[in-house]
Design a protein. Structure first.
Length: 93
C-alpha cells in the first residue's frame, strides 16, 4: 500500500471517528473533568477547537462558549445598570 493511500485511509477513519455518537461513559468522564477548576476552562476550548473530539462534543462545547460569552455580556449589563441605579438613588440623600 502506498504512502498516499495510507494517508487517505487514516483521514477517512478520523472523519468516521469524529461522527460517532458520544457514549454515556464518555459524557460522565467529561462531567468529571468539567468539575475540576481551571482545567475545565482549558478543556472547553480543547474540545471545541482541538480537532480530536467527536463532532457532537465539539459542537456542544462551541455552543457552551457562545452561551458563556452571552452570559458574561448580560452580567456586565445588569451589574452596570444596578450600579447606575444605586448611584442615582444615593445622590438623592
Amino acid at each position: 500500500m502506498s504512502e498516499e493511500v495510507r494517508v487517505e485511509v487514516k483521514e477517512v477513519n478520523r472523519k468516521e471517528d469524529s461522527n460517532e455518537v458520544v457514549s454515556v461513559g464518555e459524557w460522565l468522564m467529561t462531567s468529571l473533568i468539567m468539575a475540576i477548576p481551571i482545567v475545565n476552562i482549558v478543556m472547553v476550548f480543547v474540545w471545541a477547537f482541538g480537532g480530536g473530539a467527536k463532532k457532537s462534543k465539539a459542537n456542544f462545547f462551541k455552543a457552551a462558549i457562545i452561551m458563556m460569552i452571552i452570559s458574561i455580556v448580560l452580567a456586565f449589563f445588569f451589574i452596570g445598570s444596578l450600579l447606575a441605579l444605586l448611584s442615582e438613588l444615593s445622590q438623592g440623600y
